[in-house]
Write a protein that binds this ligand. Sequence first.
Ligand code: HEC
Ligand code: HEC
Ligand code: HEC
Ligand code: HEC
Ligand code: HEC
Ligand code: HEC
Ligand code: HEC
Ligand code: HEC
Length: 244
Amino acid sequence: MRIPEQIQRLAVITAVIIVGVLVARFLLIPRSLISDELHRASTIQRENARPIKFAGSSACQDCHEDKTSQMRKGYHKNLSCEGCHGPAVRHTEDPMGVKPPAPRDRKFCPLCHGYDASRPTGFPQINPTVHNPIKPCITCHNPHDPVPRQVPQSCSACHAQIQRTTAVSSHALLRCTTCHNVPAQHRKTPRSALPSKPESRAFCGSCHGKESAQKDAPKVDLTNHGSTYLCWQCHYPHLPEGRG
Ligand code: HEC
Ligand code: HEC
Ligand code: HEC
Ligand code: HEC
Ligand code: HEC
Ligand code: HEC
Ligand code: HEC
Ligand code: HEC
């Protein structure tokens, strides 16, 4: 039986292609372009020649045992030291001469914790523009052992809403009892012993008046600021920055 002519032609073309590829592969293209051993060797050489920048978290342990053990049990246990402090190999070689930077700025933590719909459900996220917008994150959260800052349980059991509001306001660091005298009995039979509430402009003035020694609190002139109205007719005391 004869093989049909078109198949013969196809066979010739196929043979020419195969031979062509083989010739190119083994004779025309220089070995240095093909050989992966050569490539690997030179890549390894090149990478080895780069200075090492990261020391690895275990390197920090020798000298910063306190931080390492604090981190190990907290929410940040899976983070690497140098993820926040930057490459620190030169610091491990010359601890006093080269100090790694610490990210104390508010902009840093939201890189991971700023609200972003694509993050996994349940990952703790905040909206940096409303989550206590003034102070650095580390005023309230220890970077090596962050816990959601607990608002005093003694009040939140019943006043959860107020407590959560205050917790992220510019009054977050004030205690409830700075402004309210709370009789012990209030926690058992709340209505029979109500806490006091501030009564005068002078009360807020003790921190916000021009003469006040409280240095963190912004100052206003009590004689004319807000006329003679009570301060909380305009400022909600548990979220004073929201002005009515
Ligand atoms: C050989 C010991 C040693 C090792 C290893 C070491 N440190 Fe330090 N580190 C020090 C000393 C000493 C200081 C200075 C303490 C001081 O100034 O009071 C310091 C200070 C620091 C500071 C504070 C810098 C500042 O501005 O105050 C940071 C942050 C820090 N180290 C991070 C690290 C990290 C991250 C590692 C691991 C990659 C590491 N260290 C490994 C000894 C070491
Ligand atoms: C989530 C980011 C983060 C991680 C992870 C982290 N740090 Fe820090 N670290 C900070 C910040 C922010 C400060 C500044 C704290 C301050 O000024 O109160 C700091 C401060 C330090 C200091 C200066 C001493 C001090 O108390 O101010 C040392 C030392 C240090 N870190 C070591 C480490 C080591 C070691 C690790 C790993 C076990 C580590 N850090 C992991 C953010 C981090
Ligand atoms: C590299 C990403 C990363 C950075 C940067 C980072 N964190 Fe975290 N943080 C995490 C992870 C991961 C957890 C644990 C989440 C979990 O357990 O689901 C966590 C947990 C927390 C929690 C506990 C919240 C809760 O309710 O479970 C707080 C508070 C927190 N971080 C504050 C901070 C602060 C303040 C900084 C800046 C100093 C910071 N984080 C920087 C990744 C990061
Ligand atoms: C004045 C104190 C204060 C400051 C400043 C502050 N926080 Fe918080 N943070 C809190 C309190 C209180 C809570 C718990 C709030 C609650 O339970 O509703 C909290 C909760 C969190 C949580 C947990 C949220 C969750 O869903 O579990 C994260 C993450 C967090 N803060 C990150 C940050 C970051 C990042 C910054 C800086 C941009 C910051 N915080 C600044 C007081 C503060
Ligand atoms: C067992 C629950 C409970 C606990 C715990 C509790 N309260 Fe109350 N509180 C109440 C109730 C109920 C009222 C009355 C609300 C009403 O009449 O609408 C009240 C009223 C108040 C008032 C308003 C008083 C007034 O004259 O309007 C203040 C201020 C107050 N609580 C502060 C606090 C503080 C601060 C704490 C924590 C030290 C606290 N409470 C703990 C239940 C509680
Ligand atoms: C800066 C001072 C200040 C702080 C801190 C403060 N309060 Fe108040 N609180 C006030 C003032 C002023 C009023 C009265 C507001 C009014 O009459 O409109 C008030 C009213 C209240 C009331 C009565 C209901 C209401 O919403 O008016 C409750 C309950 C209360 N506070 C609970 C708390 C708790 C719980 C905390 C701690 C998380 C707290 N307060 C922290 C100043 C403060
Ligand atoms: C114990 C001191 C203290 C008392 C009492 C106090 N405050 Fe403040 N207040 C502060 C501090 C501190 C800040 C600023 C916190 C910051 O800058 O992060 C502040 C912030 C404020 C702000 C500025 C918010 C902003 O960011 O623009 C207003 C408004 C305010 N308080 C109103 C009041 C009113 C109204 C009262 C009385 C019910 C009061 N404060 C009582 C300490 C106090
Ligand atoms: C009639 C309404 C009104 C009353 C009453 C009032 N304020 Fe204000 N307050 C404002 C407004 C509006 C602002 C923002 C504009 C400004 O900064 O002047 C403000 C701003 C502030 C600030 C922030 C200033 C700054 O530099 O960031 C503080 C603190 C403050 N008030 C405290 C008080 C205190 C304390 C009282 C009571 C003695 C009070 N206010 C009464 C309306 C009022």
